[in-house]
Design a protein around this ligand. Sequence first.
Ligand code: C5P
Length: 223
Amino acid sequence: AAAPLLKGRRILVTSGPTHEPIDPVRYIANRSSGKQGHAIAAAARAAGAEVVLVSGPVEVADPRGVRVVRVESARAMMAAVEENLPVDAAVFAAAVADWRVADAAEQKIKKDAGGAPALHLVENPDILATVSRHHTLRPRLVVGFAAETETVVAHAQAKRARKGCDWIVANDVSPATGIMGGDSNTVHLVTAAGVEDWPSATKGEVARHLVARIAAELSGGAA
Ligand code: C5P
């Protein structure tokens, strides 16, 4: 068994999509299985951390020994994250919907009510950027994800600066890669020091590798 590299540390992970209601039966969402985020939470727990997993609606099982807070919307995810600060490190693997419907209908919108409804979208809070810029409760290490379909690393570097986080785990999610919903992942770790191309691995292996890097960073080790 691995040494408890994260004993005494608190780690927060977001995972899965968010669902933004249109009416009580319809929603908008991003594609996300939650597999990578849940694997990170499980790996952090296996490394001895106290783990809070804030998860949108997913099919994957709750990791053992992890406190799971289930949410639906981006705003609920934001609130759950803030309630669980402070932590030593936070990993934002959730695929948060960028927009929500401004005035979700309280009753199901009827198809025969006269044409297709127009949805008025408003921006959701950016959880990663908010936590990265938190004045008092910013975790020592904030890790974001970037799912891109082209110029993956350049987009990730720009995203790292824009969001104010420490690291970005970038992956190519073009349909041809099979990463979306699949069991393996090919990622690049973008830090202040540069870019590392990690070999293709299972999402569990990527999670364990990332957790080992987080542990090293928190103990002041290799960057
Ligand atoms: O801007 P984009 O959605 O591509 O950024 C992805 C990263 O930002 C992920 O780490 C995701 O979890 C996080 N994010 C967030 N809140 C949002 C949008 C994205 O935490 N509203």
